[in-house]
Ligand binder design. Sequence first.
Ligand code: XUL
Ligand code: CO
Length: 438
Amino acid sequence: MSEIFKNIPKIQYEGASTKNPLAFRYYDADRVIMGKKMSEHLPFAMAWWHNLCAAGTDMFGRDTADKSFATEKGTMAHAKAKVDAGFEFMQKLGIQYFCFHDVDIVPEADDINETNRRLDEITDYILEKMKGTDIKCLWGTANMFSNPRFMNGAGSTNSVDVYCFAAAQIKKALELTVKLGGRGYVFWGGREGYETLLNTDVKFEQENIASLMRMAVEYGRSIGFTGDFYIEPKPKEPMKHQYDFDAATAIGFLRQYGLDKDFKMNIEANHATLAGHTFRHELRISAINGMLGSIDANQGDYLLGWDTDEFPYDVYESTMCMYEVLKAGGLTGGFNFDAKNRRPSNTYEDMFHAYILGMDTFALGLIKAAELIEDGELDAFVEKKYESFNGELGQKIRAGKTTLAELADRAAQMRTCPVPASGRQEYLEGVVNRIMFG
Ligand code: XUL
Ligand code: CO
């Protein structure tokens, strides 16, 4: 097998002042931050679909990039060339994980039995490539949104036949994830939602989605899958309303149907902003519920109302992300670059620039988040803010041992209520800037 990305060397760390476009400025895999190597804090993953399949097509124009890798698209030869390209790409960048949908790794056949045979063949090939490398699978998933059969949903479909195909795809994708040693299995419900309530039985659809997830857990555990299942919340696109709207909604759903022990969240930055939240908010809500599992690392565009899946460059955002991740004690999953080059960035070099940008953005975010934590001023402020609850009455309230009548008596004795101390938001924003740029 010959080299695909010719003229691209192994990407090395050269430090912040380098002008070499094919070097890391901040990602220094062995550098220790808060007791752990950067590479352990940041298990980066390559998204098969964006990096090896997507070639710049949008609603108004066809491919701009050549992802044929010198083969004919839609063939098993092309599927294998993508494996070769992917492994060369990951090795040159020092990326240790990949994520995939079933249909990213082989062309889908008309007959599902033939698709499954192709999936067996390609995963044998991937396993062979994994030997002698430290590359592993982060998570697998089934694409239950592209094929026309899923137009009315997968778990939420009105058709028992479609429901069986969804089940079959999940079963196979779970087997492949286990075969490739995947740490997690993702449900992103792209078609699990509705366009209009005029034709939709929401309760019926949500119950069926939960059943499909329950069967997935049962089957996964029966074949030795010990990792986490993830829901990847997204409020809209392609559907007008998606059931996994945001982390709070998805966590409530999981608890309602008894799935919360097996599932965590896979939080995607651009999905958070589409839901009207910050990325950081979604991470915090997941973390305080013990459900921060994995991250789809990308960013959106504040001027556009859809999922632009850009490579992350906003260091303020990545710092806040890493602050949440460090506080939560790390991820059980990793950082999957669910991101694509802009359409005019259509060369092999651009693919590397994109990943270097993303990895450096998160490395710098990690460095700055650790500085914020080590500085301690933010933590100290938050602790002090709630200090009135440290007294006897506050402790009683925290322990759930008070009554409304008791608290009302206390208010009556006080007669007037003092205004609490300032929240000092602008001051604290300045503290962050001091650490970021000081
Ligand atoms: C779509 C999206 C998906 C999931 C996996 O917005 O994020 O690529 O990550 O199906
Ligand atoms: Co995603």
